[in-house]
Design a protein around this ligand. Structure first.
Ligand code: 3AT
Ligand code: MN
Ligand code: MN
Length: 588
């Protein structure tokens, strides 16, 4: 796509040069590595041209299985609109003309999906079809579809959604009802005026699709963009910094960042884009925002991101702004800690890519697994528990969405440099035979005995129950002691069982406390304010934990250990990841 200015983006490119021979070479080795890493779905996915009306869409990764499923879903949407139209008294002809169309978004739309990806699908319906119809009529129709399994709607979500699996392929289905009497097959969602007079949920549902389409329109070369984004997504996942909810960057933010680098180097190959990506992002002068185009005003009475106007927007540390109206910040959740962590990863990435270019490192180094569970001496565990799988999803999700509040509170604690949230929780199901065991599990103390017990073992036993727990981790980086000391570390000096308060004390330098009882109690209060919180069925515990026990045993006289100290459990490590030395020393 050409523009009046002759370039895409808010500034002219940094360089319009073609990539060098070396950059072309590393692009080839990068693609090999991405294939080796299994980021592509299948061989079939090798790009076959498919024409489509939308600009920036000349090439689409074509995937026969997914396209077949989408074709069937599109037919159900049309049938659904037709039937609702008839029931509203429309004539046969009008009902037929009412249309209905699906749009994809997310990784599938961008052409960067992997074997496990879902298809994010937006169903667009005319004005006489309601959101209730979507859940009351469309959802059952979907369930009837051959090969459909696990169809379940969440109508009360912020973005209402139906999750489904059809012929083994997961789909996330959203719905938008436009103020039009019919939805023609050639409808485009580009026009901002389509958003007029819509329900907010519809505007939100349209958002993902409009943002992806804009990104594809705003990059100079879609194929280079896809390859580069595939690389950056894999890198961010491996480095455990791919997560919007935990204060890192989510898929939308990564997609925008890579698009911006593509704009700055319109003729570069993917290998060159990736190498520029790290150095530019490492040096970016935040909070200057990353924009793919100038922020536009539009027809709605909705807030557009504007740090001059809104203090909340001014507080965004790494603003990465969505390109479709209404412009929003995709990185609202970033905190001081996560910004530091992401910046450090940019630096590490830049160093590796430099070496790749000069030939002293291979791409596989870029995709090495994070070292979160080796990096810190102390960790917080946040344990959410309930008695059923269904309730657990909601409760754990609620707790997870509040974890960044805990991180922000921890950031205020003196001598805590960094609070590093891990990007995912760990789920466990424990079969308990006594109340005491239930209490232990809720406290994160799952003995080998409990861990080994199966459902069958507790069947029919009086007082037995199953506990579902999800444990989240926050790594704590504590300021080094003011004076050098041979006694290596902080150690726990106490814990109040009632409030899960704990503090640390420095050995040689004399009592200096790291008191994090305030942030942790505030946090538990906050999560309990959830409107569906029920103290009889939902547990929340925060406790501290050490990377490993033996470390502590070497330095702390036994009479100073006031509570059963715990080390990181084995399940956070991949097989063979834990240092064999440590594993051997761990007490049985
Ligand atoms: P995968 O390849 O599917 O893992 P993706 O980038 O497609 O990667 P998702 O399917 O999770 O990731 O999300 C696709 C888009 O859906 C991104 C965002 O616009 C929207 N989205 C994701 N999660 C939520 C959510 N919780 N609420 C609202 N929108 C969401
Ligand atoms: Mn997806
Ligand atoms: Mn999805």
């Amino acid at each position: 796509m050409t523009t009046e200015k002759g370039f895409l983006g808010v500034t002219p490119p940094i360089s319009t040069a073609e990539s060098t021979e070396r950059e072309k070479e590393v692009t080839a080795t990068l693609m090999e590595e991405l294939r080796r890493q299994n980021t592509f779905e299948s061989v079939e996915e090798a790009r076959l041209s498919a024409s489509s009306g939308e600009a920036g869409d000349a090439e689409v990764a074509f995937d026969f299985r997914r396209e077949t499923v989408l074709g069937r879903v599109a037919a159900v949407v049309k049938k659904f609109v037709y039937e609702v139209s008839l029931s509203r008294g429309l004539s046969e002809a009008a009902a037929n003309a009412a249309g209905g169309k699906i749009f994809t978004f997310g990784s599938y739309r961008l052409g960067v999906h992997g074997p496990g990806s879902d298809i994010d699908t937006l169903c667009v319906v005319p004005k006489h079809v309601s959101r209730e119809d979507f859940f009351e009529k469309f959802e059952p129709m979907l369930k009837e579809l051959e090969g459909a399994t696990e169809v379940s709607g969440v109508p009360e979500a912020y973005v209402p959604i139906i999750k489904a699996k059809i012929s083994g392929i997961p789909l996330d289905l959203l719905m938008a009802r436009l103020a039009l009497s019919s939805i023609p097959d050639d409808l485009s969602l580009k026009d901002d005026n389509l958003l007029r007079n819509l329900d907010e949920r519809c505007v939100r549902s349209l958002g993902g699709s409009r943002v992806n389409d804009e990104a594809l329109r705003l990059v100079p070369n879609v194929e280079v963009y896809r390859d580069s984004l595939r690389c950056i997504k894999l890198w961010a996942q491996r480095r455990a910094i791919y997560s919007n909810v935990n204060g890192f960057l989510g898929g939308v933010a990564w997609a925008i960042l890579v698009a911006r680098i593509c704009q700055l180097y319109p003729n570069a190959t993917a290998g060159a884009i990736v190498s520029r990506f790290f150095i530019i992002m490492y040096q970016w002068s935040w909070p200057q925002p990353v924009l793919l185009k100038q922020i536009e005003e539009g027809p709605l009475q909705v807030r557009v991101w504007n740090p001059k106007l809104y203090p909340a927007d001014r507080s965004h540390r790494m603003p990465i702004i969505t390109p479709a109206y209404p412009a929003m910040c995709s990185t609202h959740n970033v905190t001081a800690s996560t910004q530091m962590i992401v910046t450090e990863e940019f630096k590490k990435g830049a160093d590796i890519v430099d070496k790749v270019i000069v030939g002293t490192a291979s791409w596989s180094e870029l995709f090495q697994k994070h070292d979160f569970f080796h990096k810190y001496r102390y960790y917080l565990q946040v344990i959410a528990s309930t008695g059923t799988a269904e309730l657990q999803i909601k409760w754990a999700g609620t707790v997870e969405s509040r974890i960044r509040q805990l991180v922000m509170k921890l950031e205020y604690v003196d001598s805590l440099i960094l609070a590093h949230p891990f990007i995912k929780g760990f789920d466990q199901v424990s079969h308990c035979i006594t109340e005491e065991e239930v209490r232990q599990v809720a406290q994160g103390q799952i003995s080998d005995l409990i861990a080994k017990r199966t459902k069958a073992d507790i069947e029919g036993l009086d007082g037995a129950s199953t506990v579902h727990s999800t444990t989240f981790y926050i790594g704590l980086l504590i300021e080094p002691k003011p004076r050098a000391s041979s006694i290596p570390t902080w150690f726990p000096c106490g814990m109040s069982a009632a409030h899960h308060i704990f503090c640390f004390q420095v050995g040689a330098v004399g009592p200096r406390r790291l008191d994090i009882s305030y942030p942790t109690t505030e946090f538990t209060k906050l999560v309990k304010m959830w409107e569906k919180y029920d103290e009889d069925t939902m547990g929340i515990v925060v406790r501290n934990i050490k990377r490993s026990c033996n470390l502590m045993r070497q330095v702390i006289p036994s009479d100073l250990i006031h509570f059963t100290s715990s080390a990181l459990p084995d399940y956070v490590f991949d097989e063979g990841e834990r240092q064999p030395k440590q594993a051997l020393k761990r007490p049985k």
